[in-house]
Ligand binder design. Sequence first.
Ligand SMILES: NC(=O)c1ccc[n+]([C@@H]2O[C@H](COP(=O)([O-])OP(=O)(O)OC[C@H]3O[C@@H](n4cnc5c(N)ncnc54)[C@H](OP(=O)(O)O)[C@@H]3O)[C@@H](O)[C@H]2O)c1
Length: 434
Amino acid sequence: MRSVRVGIIGLGNVGSGTLSILTENAEQIAGKLGFRLSVRAVCSRSVHSKELPQLSTDVLKTSDWREVVSHPEVDVVAELVGGTGVAREIIDGAIAHRKSVVTANKELMAQCGAEIWDRAIKARINLAMEASVAGGIPIHAVLREGISGDRVRALYGILNGTCNYILTEIEKRGASFDEVLAEAQRLGYAEADPGMDVDGFDASSKLALLAALAFGHRITPSDIYTEGIRRVTAVDFRYAHQLGHTIRLIGAARETSDGLLLSVRPSLIPQDTILAGVRGSYNAVWVSGHFGGDTFYYGRGAGPHPTGVAIVSDLMRVAREIRCGSPERVSPFAHQRLGDHKPIPVERSHSAYYLRFRVEDGPGIIAKLAGVLSDQKISLDAVLQLPQQNWRDLPFVITVEPTSEQSIRDAIAEISKLHFLLEPPVAMPMEKPL
Ligand SMILES: NC(=O)c1ccc[n+]([C@@H]2O[C@H](COP(=O)([O-])OP(=O)(O)OC[C@H]3O[C@@H](n4cnc5c(N)ncnc54)[C@H](OP(=O)(O)O)[C@@H]3O)[C@@H](O)[C@H]2O)c1
């Protein structure tokens, strides 16, 4: 039976992992498909100086992606370049030439994936993007097909391996954020410019995609309240442990009576929840369904091989669809059409909060803080202070009973005017996921 032929554009981390799986695992893949998945073209700017696996002599090696998307013998294009510039041109070019597309590009798909999908339908080609969220966890397949009979109520995820590595190292060793970030950069776990990761934007793109699949809305990262992990310290973990909690960067999408609440932010979660056990660079997604209840998915969020497996599995799925001539059998967004999303402000969310203060010591501080909180009708739950040597710099914590984000913000605005504060307070919600 004739093979389905693949063109790979981008031979970096993901492209090289994909290529090595396609070559080293070719027999297994052919055994599962009943036909071969063959590499017909590979492309990167520096393709001619790259060390590539042994490829047959008729494989096109080019630095011009246009030669791949227009190649008459390429059936599927894998866009593994990333970003929203040339990657968009590649995908548009592939669709214009009626090639199916597999991509790992969360940024582009979160920004304009629904629009790309509309064009893919019109061109009667397949679009697949499993690797765009939580690399090695087949979470798209789960939401698209595995639990598509359910109605999702809430979804919580640890979606950025760099942040999770940094947070769990701070927790384990009591090191500072800057120290752990520098080490993560040395080890290759964090980019030279870490902003996309540590400021929460990468997780926000991933949550936008997962929430679109789970709830059927057209969601973009700008609809998501996003906060990074730069202000989390070892002291926060010591207090969190005293409270029976830990801290993770949590992406949350929750159905409420007002609509869908979306946020990515560092949050306290109980130590006995399954999400708290996700350490290092691992990712996890917990989904709560109206009918099926809770399900949990865990695995590597990135890396050439885990992500390569997601790409190759998408290529296999698309190859089967090409063989069956069924371009839009299952939408990559799990819904045939996405509905418009009406964002609701995060200020309407409701939870208990952890508030950490650094103050210049003096009389009546707790009473003043309690007064401001009480003016906002916020009830104190506990006041905690670790033994401290430096009396002029006293980080201590107040936890409060469930209240609205709006009340917390109003209280913090008032508290920030108080003269004894050495820095703005840190506020984190205390989530109660699985
Ligand atoms: N890294 C991960 O573990 C991971 C996990 C999940 C998803 N993703 C996503 O996968 C995609 C690729 O990530 P990556 O980490 O593999 O990136 P990467 O290592 O930077 O690789 C990018 C590749 O694209 C090539 N490229 C860039 N501009 C090009 C152009 N104009 N024409 C042809 N080739 C071009 C580069 O070529 P040269 O090498 O010749 O410069 C390089 O081979 C991104 O969308 C990323 O978000 C990555």
